[in-house]
Design a protein around this ligand. Structure first.
Ligand SMILES: Nc1ncnc2c1ncn2[C@@H]1O[C@H](COP(=O)(O)OP(=O)(O)OP(=O)(O)O)[C@@H](O)[C@H]1O
Ligand SMILES: O=P(O)(O)O[C@@H]1O[C@H]([C@H](O)CO)[C@@H](O)[C@H](O)[C@@H]1O
Length: 159
């Protein structure tokens, strides 16, 4: 079952250490992934191809509400985690409740940190940590026209 890819923080750290010991390049990315869309899929697959294993940090419901507003998320954290874990190119999913994934990135110590290019290397949380360890920070071009909020707006206008 792909549900087994959903790890606690301790399990994610242990898994990262094991993959690192095997010489695997660990890619890390994070996000809310509320109502998954083509942009998410495209960027996650490209992120995974920047290394050997992709660990996804997923914002908890409380964290999403803090970032995206009180009416979000539309999809709860368990469902979002299951959807992410079902993707072939996602190797591990772990929830984080902090406003940013900084502590998680510090703990996982990825070789590559990735976000969509709605962020810049300078604005990606954790980039200093990863670069200081000799890692890479990459952005992936957005698929134009896709965002969760625009999907929500289109649905609202349809009813
Ligand atoms: N159209 C897109 N193409 C590629 N990557 C995307 C796209 N939209 C978002 N991302 C990336 O997906 C990750 C998760 O972003 P997020 O969950 O905020 O999606 P979103 O569609 O921007 O949501 P919202 O509209 O609610 O802000 C981020 O790393 C972001 O850079
Ligand atoms: O889904 P989002 O809004 O792209 O994800 C956020 O990314 C932030 C990012 O890492 C800042 O560089 C992060 O701080 C926030 O917790 C969300 O994961």
């Amino acid at each position: 079952m792909t549900e087994s890819k959903i790890l606690t923080r301790e399990q994610a750290i242990e898994q990262a250490n094991q993959w690192r010991a095997e010489g695997q390049q660990i890619v890390f990315t994070n996000g809310c992934f509320d109502i998954v869309h083509l942009g998410h899929i495209d960027y996650l697959e490209k992120a995974r191809n920047l290394g050997d294993k992709l660990i996804l940090g997923l914002n908890t419901d409380t964290s999403v509400s803090c970032i995206k507003g009180p009416l979000r998320p539309v999809v709860n954290e368990y469902a979002r985690a299951r959807l992410m874990a079902a993707l072939e190119f996602v190797d591990a999913v772990t929830l984080f409740g902090e406003d940013t994934p900084l502590e998680l990135i510090q703990a996982v110590q990825p070789d590559v940190l990735v976000k969509g290019n709605d962020y810049t290397v300078a604005t990606i949380v954790g980039s200093d940590l990863v670069l200081a360890r000799g890692g890479r920070v990459e952005t992936v071009a957005l698929v134009p026209g896709y965002s969760t909020s625009s999907l929500i707006e289109r649905i609202k206008q349809s009813y």
